[in-house]
Design a protein around this ligand. Structure first.
Ligand code: ZN
Ligand code: ZN
Length: 271
């Protein structure tokens, strides 16, 4: 069987392989196994059956999504900057039109993701734009077989301009958040889960080790989040799934302080 990229039909995680024996994201304690056994989709099949969309969120921010739904259904964010664009997280798959849109916006100078749930089809962005910087925190390198990390990092890594990666751990050992100081945004990975109503208004915020299986974080993990977030100025958070304007530094710290004040448990705090 030829070496190609395969997406897990259950979670969307991509592997470059000839016959994936299993999916490291689905076998992980944070996720559920597929109820009917493994099913892996070769890239040619995904390309033939999926399209996507690009939505402009702000002057300097675009959101890329894939239809129909694939895997976790995440968002690929693109921060557009004159000194070089930054892609953070990736959509589950990019059509030719989506890649052409990124090219028209200036391509990609730096590529990074928070943790394996945000990787999406990051390998496509590396293949299409060959950004000099592909940054993943070193604790999560075991999950990066579908692409090549050029810039592993420990605690922090400055990307283009005033956009900086911060290792926060917790949900995944190598989880990183991306702080965009100019845009006053925190791309927080799965540090926070935002519940939103049908109109996209944020209603509740929580922090978990595992969302679907309701496993809480330890106090030390929450404290590490708090230490990372406290010095950062932001007025919006962006997870792989949600854009949540209005959640600023003070609100994020209040959620973490509330969780630190009680024994480990899964609580959704109203905003
Ligand atoms: Zn999977
Ligand atoms: Zn996650």
């Amino acid at each position: 069987m030829p070496l190609t990229h395969y997406a897990c039909a259950n979670c969307g995680f991509w592997q470059e392989h000839f016959a994936p024996p299993d999916c490291p994201v689905c076998t992980d304690v944070r996720n559920d196994l597929p109820p009917d056994g493994w099913h892996f989709l070769p890239e040619s099949e995904v390309a033939a059956t999926h399209e996507g969309d690009a939505r402009q969120i702000a002057d300097d921010l675009w959101a890329f999504t894939t239809t129909p739904h694939l895997g976790l259904g995440g968002t690929g964010w693109l921060i557009v900057r004159p000194e070089g664009n930054i892609a953070f997280e990736a959509a589950p798959y990019y059509s030719e039109a989506m890649l052409a849109r990124i090219g028209a916006l200036g391509g990609i100078a730096s590529l990074a993701a928070s943790h394996p749930h945000g990787y999406g089809a990051l390998f496509q962005l590396q293949r299409a734009f060959a950004p000099p910087v592909v940054a993943i925190q070193r604790e999560d390198l075991a999950y990066t077989k579908a692409f090549r990390v050029t810039a592993p990092f420990d605690d922090t890594l400055a990307l283009t301009g005033d956009v900086v990666l911060h290792h926060v751990g917790g949900h995944y050992a190598g989880q990183a958040a991306l702080h965009d100081a100019r845009g006053r945004r925190l791309f927080c990975g799965d540090m926070f889960k935002i519940d939103q109503d049908a109109d996209g208004r944020s209603t509740h915020v929580s922090s978990h080790k595992a969302f679907h299986r309701n496993i809480p974080l330890t106090h030390r993990e929450l404290q590490t989040y708090r230490d990372a977030v406290a010095p950062l100025d932001f007025e919006a958070v962006l997870t792989p799934l949600e854009y949540a304007p209005g959640i600023d530094t003070a609100k994020a710290l209040a959620v973490l302080d509330a969780a630190l004040a009680v024994p480990p448990q899964v609580t959704r705090y109203p905003l």
